[in-house]
Design a protein around this ligand. Structure first.
Ligand code: IMP
Ligand code: MG
Length: 188
């Protein structure tokens, strides 16, 4: 066993979603998105990936979307007051694309309290897109503190902290090819 794998054993609990399960569901989402935007007569879909957690999901998803599309990214951070997030987001990296009159699809790794997407939704709505929808790989509805309309959802999960497939703990483990549960005793 590599030293790296020994270290993984210390933080990784059960595997919640394996590679095959993820691939199958992501293909379905891509096909559904293709159908929906085709029906809406979309000329050019703007996919907005939220850095950094969405990148693994996003790169798989877009290869199942058969529409003319533009790929862009945003990075946001939540203002924190002590350990609580205030619910206000700060833009760290903005879009390079003007989205007025465009069909925009936000792609996220996970919706937890919903605060990030609620704020981001308001910011992007103010730019007058033709439509604005949300696609998330994971959804933890039991943690929601505000209302967010999720249009496309890969999987609903319980209130457990997960890592891998883009999701981090302390900026690590994003490259794991599956979604696993962080062991409770790994949290400092
Ligand atoms: P929200 O604003 O509370 O919905 O937070 C969403 C963000 O919190 C996500 O984009 C993730 O970066 C992070 N997050 C929430 N739950 C988890 C988790 O279980 N694992 C890793 N990151 C998480
Ligand atoms: Mg994160």
């Amino acid at each position: 066993m590599q030293p790296w794998q020994e270290h993984l054993d210390e933080v990784l609990g059960e595997v919640l979603l394996d590679e095959e399960t993820l691939a199958k569901r992501i293909a379905e989402l891509g096909e559904q998105i293709t159908r929906d935007y085709e029906a809406a007569n979309t000329q050019e879909l703007v996919i907005v990936g939220i850095l950094r957690g969405s990148v693994v999901f996003l790169s798989d998803l877009i290869r199942h979307i058969q529409l003319p599309l533009i790929l862009d990214f945003m990075a946001v951070s939540s203002y924190t007051k002590g350990t609580k997030t205030s619910g206000v987001v700060r833009i760290l990296k903005d879009l390079s694309t003007a989205i007025d009159g465009k069909d925009v699809l936000i792609v996220e790794d996970i919706v937890d309290t919903g605060l990030t997407l609620k704020n981001l939704g308001e910011i992007l709505t103010a730019r007058h897109p033709r439509s604005l929808r949300i696609c998330t790989l994971l959804d933890k509805p039991s943690r929601r503190t505000c209302e967010v309309m999720v249009d496309y959802r890969g999987f609903e999960i319980e209130d457990k902290f997960v890592i891998g497939f883009g999701l981090d703990y302390d900026d690590m483990y994003r490259h794991l090819p599956f979604v696993g549960v962080l062991k409770a005793d790994a949290v400092e």
